[in-house]
Design a protein around this ligand. Structure first.
Ligand code: GLC
Length: 391
């Protein structure tokens, strides 16, 4: 490993960082230089690179999300249910952690001492979490799809903070391998600036009960890397891992995904360019961003192509630079590709993300185990992407 000094700016302040890079590796640094320093700007404290959060993060390498199960509304199942058999398979595949999305807002109600958690949920969820911890998998327990909070933060933040208080109280005696991820993908009205003080209060509520638990926190805008420089965490708390999501190149990973309006988008390969130019489906021709992506996808070679590893490595480099500078370990909490893409492309994409994260020492958690992005095929009980992720 050779040291390389690179310079960049952050809020117009010089930011010099020595990165450990392999000899000959090209480092692209894209930091988000701001036009002006905000009036209320106070730089976060730099915590160094050997905090309890760093040591905890170093125990995570390869994980998978238990997606589409407990994150769905309880009365409208998305057809996925997890049991201890899933955990056994996950451990046998070689994953060392699971991320468990739960739509906690459906399962909390006011009780005599704060909020009560639904016993029905706990009876279903706890055996899975316990099996994972018994198998030495770490567990990132996450609050997913709290749409009331993202739509009207002021009206629902008390429920969020009280909810975490109840969860922290309930799991207080559980092993330290259980981490809490406060909120999946803050978005809409819940900007990074808006979620910062809400996080601070939720963290204070958890810390009053459980000072040592490792917490995981996402910036706004669906956990995008460009939001990291707005994130404000308690300077005195060095037990927080910061998580980002990366679904770039998005039209490849989300082809066929109705919930992002891409139900008609099919047949994008990875990496581009394709042998014959791709024609945008009529229903999507008004989407200027997609048009520009497809123009580049059809024509540009190698890493110039927008459907290549470049956008992934740029995201990871920016995250890593921020992480090294401020002393907050970084985690890639979601990436993955939806099933309509061809298998060979999906396998190449997953191998690229895995390689690019691992060479930067960033732990990753695949989206997801056995649904539409699934690693595991529940029809034939076979793994789909073992080569890409483990070999
Ligand atoms: C986010 C959403 C989840 C979706 C995934 C891929 O995690 O919460 O529902 O499946 O991204 O788009």
């Amino acid at each position: 490993m050779a040291g390389k000094t690179v310079a960049a700016t952050w809020h117009n302040r010089p930011l010099t960082q020595t990165l450990q890079v392999k000899a000959g590796q090209v480092v692209t640094l894209k930091l988000h230089a701001k036009a002006a320093t905000p009036p209320d700007f106070t730089p976060p404290k730099r915590l160094g690179n050997d905090t309890p959060a760093h040591r905890a993060s170093a125990r995570l390498k390869r994980g998978v999300n238990l997606g589409n199960g407990w994150e769905a509304p309880p009365d409208k199942s998305w057809g996925v249910h997890f049991t201890t058999a899933d955990v056994d398979r996950i451990a046998a595949e070689g994953f060392d952690h699971i991320r468990v999305p739960v739509a906690w807002h459906y399962y909390l109600k006011p009780g005599s001492n704060g909020m009560d958690i639904s016993p029905t949920l706990l009876a279903d969820l706890e055996p899975v979490l316990r099996r994972a911890l018994d198998k030495k998998l770490h567990v990132l327990l996450d609050w997913h799809h709290f749409d009331d909070l993202t739509t009207a933060p002021a009206d629902h933040s008390a429920r969020f903070i009280g909810g975490w208080e109840a969860i922290a109280r309930h799991f207080q005696a559980w092993p330290p391998g259980l981490f809490y991820e406060l909120l999946n993908e803050p978005n809409a009205a819940l900007t990074t600036e808006t979620v910062n003080p809400i996080y601070q209060k939720a963290i204070a509520a958890i810390r009053a009960i459980d000072p040592n638990r490792i917490l995981v926190v996402s910036p706004g805008h669906w956990g995008q890397v460009g939001e990291l420089d707005k994130l404000r965490l308690p300077d005195t708390d060095d037990r927080i891992i910061v998580t980002i999501h990366c679904y770039e190149p998005f039209p490849f990973t989300h082809q066929g995904a109705g919930w992002v309006g891409f139900q008609d988008l099919r047949g994008i390969i990875y990496p581009g360019p394709p042998d014959t130019p791709y024609q945008i489906p009529a229903a999507l021709r008004d989407n200027a961003g997609l048009r520009s992506f497809i123009d580049g996808y059809n024509t540009l070679p190698g890493e110039q192509n927008p459907c290549s590893a470049r956008c992934i490595s740029e995201t990871l480099d920016a995250a890593r630079t921020w992480s090294l500078y401020f002393g907050r370990p970084i985690h890639l909490g979601e990436f993955g590709s939806h099933f309509p893409a061809d298998h060979a492309s999906r396998a190449r994409y997953l191998r690229d993300v895995r390689t690019l994260t691992e060479t930067r020492n960033i732990p990753w958690t695949l989206w997801e185990w056995k649904a539409g992005f699934g690693y595991w095929n529940p029809q034939n009980n076979q793994a789909r992407f073992r080569n890409s992720l483990f070999e």
